[in-house]
Design a protein around this ligand. Sequence first.
Ligand SMILES: Nc1ncnc2c1ncn2[C@@H]1O[C@H](COP(=O)(O)OP(=O)(O)O)[C@@H](O)[C@H]1O
Ligand SMILES: N[C@@H](CCOP(=O)(O)O)C(=O)O
Length: 322
Amino acid sequence: MIKPEGVYVRIPASTANLGPGFDTLGMALSIYAWIGMKSSQETMIRLYGSQMEGIPTDKSNLVYKVAQMVFREAGVHIPELEISMYSDIPLTRGLGSSASAIVGALFAANALIGSPLSEAKLFNMATAIEDHPDNVGASLFGGIITAVWDGLHADYIRMEPHEDLEVLVVIPDFQLSTSEARKVLPAQISRQDAVFNISRSSLLVAALAQGRLDLIQRTMSDRLHQPYRANLVPGMAEILKEAVQHGALGIALSGAGPTLLALVDRHSDRKKELEAYLLNTMKAKGIRATARWLNPSSEGAQLIGNMSSGSFLELIKGEVKA
Ligand SMILES: Nc1ncnc2c1ncn2[C@@H]1O[C@H](COP(=O)(O)OP(=O)(O)O)[C@@H](O)[C@H]1O
Ligand SMILES: N[C@@H](CCOP(=O)(O)O)C(=O)O
């Protein structure tokens, strides 16, 4: 049943490849995007916020196209849509903006027609579009997601992040698209590197599941993508080696970069030291960057309400942080 009043949803950002978990381990983060969707006489796409620059506002828009996939799958015909989107998630920085748009579009379109598709189905569709399940899983389900994608079916387990876990991201002021950052990866790896990552990834997942923050430092390393991508982010190689000496529990490239992400004990008295170290190291390499303290987001995609009681911007105003 189509909801004539429309819906609006909120979707968290995400970090993929958490440490050794390349293409498999992701976490939702407390930066959000909002999507409003309504059936309409004529398609109208309104994008708000500085993060939306350059995104198309016609039917080639990703959110419109993904919404139509949901309608096709559910056997519903809604060719014309009014879509509104506001996002605080930086574009093309390794914080899952594309995953948030895909998950938001799937979730909103499904809610608009009375949610005939299960969350497992939405996860499968999202993974088929994005091609790896860690960003989309985290944005859809929230928390920490470990997932497997065999090209047809995605399986996952969601873990609740430990309450002491805080996240510091350092976002460089340049963009790095995932497709560009995948081109530098080798097609094959050695058995030693495979064992290196499998062992650390397995232990990291178990440690996160049991709240063993003391094990993060020894498990957050990687040989599958970070060494190859280090040349794309000035300062990254040094930061990956040294950040734990400045108070991080662990440090990783967030997704395909260029953002670097530190896991931090929120009670640590070295938070200022860590932030200054990360920013100064990037500055020394000529990179301007913004530091943001975030929390893991326990909530994934959420239906917030319908569009009957005001304009999209008025509806989300109370939720968007200044
Ligand atoms: N709200 C959106 N609407 C349409 N396309 C989007 C939206 N958000 C992101 N994208 C697309 O995703 C691209 C960024 O994806 P990607 O390179 O994977 O980086 P990341 O997901 O880390 O931000 C953008 O250049 C744009 O093409
Ligand atoms: N596993 C992917 C992750 C891409 O994440 P994004 O947030 O940078 O889109 C990869 O490393 O290529």
